[in-house]
Write a protein that binds this ligand. Structure first.
Ligand SMILES: NC(=O)C1=CN([C@@H]2O[C@H](COP(=O)(O)OP(=O)(O)OC[C@H]3O[C@@H](n4cnc5c(N)ncnc54)[C@H](O)[C@@H]3O)[C@@H](O)[C@H]2O)[C@@H](O)CC1
Ligand SMILES: [K+]
Length: 520
């Protein structure tokens, strides 16, 4: 699966890696609604008519409906097709025509009149030979299948009025199978947030690529969940992705496998990097142990844990595979950085919030040593995040891994209410650092605007200590030469894979022996 790279140490000029193969591949790239409308337009420029695109789109929706039922006669109620005022409604008319032709009991409902429709939607409405009924909230009662063609990529404001009433009626009809065309109506395809009311679909049929809203939460669940989002090829040439220069993708191996560090037969501990983890004091001694073990399990050649003298004996006794070192002052810790083999420092888990940690972090950054900052390492910069700003346009040297609470405290200027994706992107651009905004849909954002959305985290991953493990995994991959953005993305992905393998009820330390099993 992973690893076509023959280099032992991957190329690491981060800012030149874009575009990566993932952004050319419709399995990975997530087109924002305006980008998908642009893709349609580019396909038209390339000679495919927009009517043909809509015909193929509508037919593909009908095909998914047909595959969901063994035979039209098995349906107790009709297939209700709810059409809105734009081209999403046009897709609904096409799907309704095919389903009628195939013998399905179809009832089509439109908000407004056919004469109000324009362009391709109007043309497709004229071609539909069945009855066009006026949509009212009662119309979906008793339906076996509801096809939601109210709004797709063109949703431009919060849903209200008759549309909100229709959406509520759809969601109330729990026995019906609700299939959304392109996006559940009311879902903002860019942010994954509901704009006013939103259809809760069981299945979503989208075209060419998925949209960020299908992967971000709650959009992923409103769309029926990852396994129920069908992406249909409607003939848009893949090369349009090159012209669009999309910068959002799903965090899958395709996105970063070309930079994954491959262990050469000549590898030894001294050419697989050396991670230094700052160890803490009571009562959070275990956190930095998790981080250091995760770095080692992720393939780093050497891992050292540097801790204050008072916790030295506990840490040294608890760790067998990690070199434990002691220091009595910040000066002592910074002295460890003179070792030229040391190539990543992790500060955070159990480090303590305050001036001392602040000084240590700035000392590391001043020496230009790549650094993963988590937990206390981040919280020590609340109110002074500007001090972390990196100006360099060369290799990215800093990775920040806040969860939502830490992010909000660190970056109040980027409110999460405007969408996690945008907030993480803005913070990354501002700081000149990789920002890993943790959550059920972790975002990994690069200062140049690229971002991956992670989707393979099981619910049980959210337990104490798993963030400490993630920080170690990122550091471990960076130590082996993987660029910061891709190392962070790969670590997030394999962290979730490890949790998946560990299973429900796992605790953070269960992940450690599994990491090495799931890594390629
Ligand atoms: N060539 C193309 O552009 C293709 C488009 N396709 C379909 O077309 C869709 C996009 O079509 P459109 O751009 O026409 O957009 P939509 O059909 O999603 O909706 C746009 C219409 O809804 C209105 N509207 C937006 N928000 C509203 C709100 N909150 N309340 C009331 N009215 C609202 C707008 O004024 C406009 O009339 C895609 O989602 C897809 O389903 C597919 O047929 C594939 C080809
Ligand atoms: K829809």
């Amino acid at each position: 699966m992973v690893g076509t790279n023959t280099q032992t140490i991957a190329k690491s000029n981060d800012w030149t890696v874009y575009p990566s193969p993932g952004f050319y591949n419709s399995d990975c790239v997530l087109l924002r609604p305006e980008e998908s409308i642009k893709a349609d337009a580019l396909a038209v420029e390339a000679g495919i008519s927009s009517v043909q695109l809509m015909e193929t789109a509508g037919k593909s929706v009908a095909t998914v409906v047909a595959q969901a039922v063994s035979a039209p006669s098995d349906l107790a109620g009709p297939v209700c097709v709810l059409c809105g005022p734009g081209n999403n409604g046009g897709d609904g008319f096409v799907a309704a025509r095919y389903l009628e032709d195939w013998g399905f009991p179809v009832k089509l409902y439109l908000v407004g009149k056919v004469s109000d429709l324009s362009g391709d939607a109007h043309y497709m409405a004229e071609r539909f030979e069945g009855t066009v009924n006026q949509a009212t909230p009662d119309c979906v009662k008793g339906a076996s299948i509801i096809l939601d063609a109210l709004f797709g990529a063109g949703l431009s404001r919060p849903v209200s009025g008759i549309y909100a009433d229709l959406i509520e009626a759809v969601n109330h009809e729990e026995d019906a199978l609700t299939i959304a065309i392109d996006l559940p109506s009311g879902l903002d395809g860019a942010t994954g947030q509901a704009l006013g009311s939103c259809v809760k679909a069981d299945v979503t049929v989208t075209f060419f690529t998925r949209k960020p809203g299908h992967v971000l939460l709650p959009g992923r669940f409103l769309s029926g969940g990852s396994d129920h989002i069908h992406v249909m090829d409607i003939g848009i040439p893949t090369k349009t992705l090159t012209d669009i220069q999309a910068k959002t993708g799903e965090n899958i191996p395709l996105a970063w496998q070309h930079l994954y560090p491959i262990t050469s037969p000549f590898a030894h501990k001294y050419n697989k990097g050396h991670v230094l983890v700052l160890g803490g004091r009571e009562p959070t001694l275990g956190a930095s142990r998790l981080t250091s073990m995760a770095a080692l399990r992720s393939g780093a050649g050497l891992v050292s844990l540097a801790c204050p003298s008072e916790s030295y004996s506990v840490q040294a006794t608890a760790l067998t595979d990690i070199m434990v070192r002691r220091f009595d002052s910040n000066f002592g810790f910074l002295g460890f950085l003179d070792d030229p083999r040391l190539n990543v420092v992790t500060i955070g888990p159990g480090a303590g919030v305050g001036e001392k940690t602040n000084e240590l972090v700035l000392g590391v950054l001043k020496r230009d040593i790549p650094c993963v900052l988590d937990a206390d390492g981040l919280l020590s910069f609340v109110g002074r995040s500007k001090k972390l700003k990196r100006k360099s346009k060369g290799d990215l040297k800093l990775v920040l891994t806040p969860h939502e609470g830490e992010f909000t405290r660190l970056f109040p200027e980027y409110p999460l209410s405007e969408g996690r994706l945008m907030a993480a992107r803005s913070a990354a651009a501002d700081m000149g650092a990789v920002v890993v905004l943790k959550g059920a849909d972790t975002i990994i954002a690069h200062p140049d605007g690229r971002a991956y959305i992670n989707s393979n985290a099981p619910t049980w991953l959210s337990v104490a200590g798993t963030g400490d493990v993630l920080a170690g995994m990122i550091a471990g991959l960076m130590a082996q030469g993987m660029p910061a953005f891709e190392a962070s993305s790969a670590a997030v992905y394999f962290h979730s894979e490890s949790a998946m393998t560990a299973g429900k009820g796992m605790i953070a330390s269960d992940l450690l022996p599994i990491i090495a099993r799931v890594l390629p």
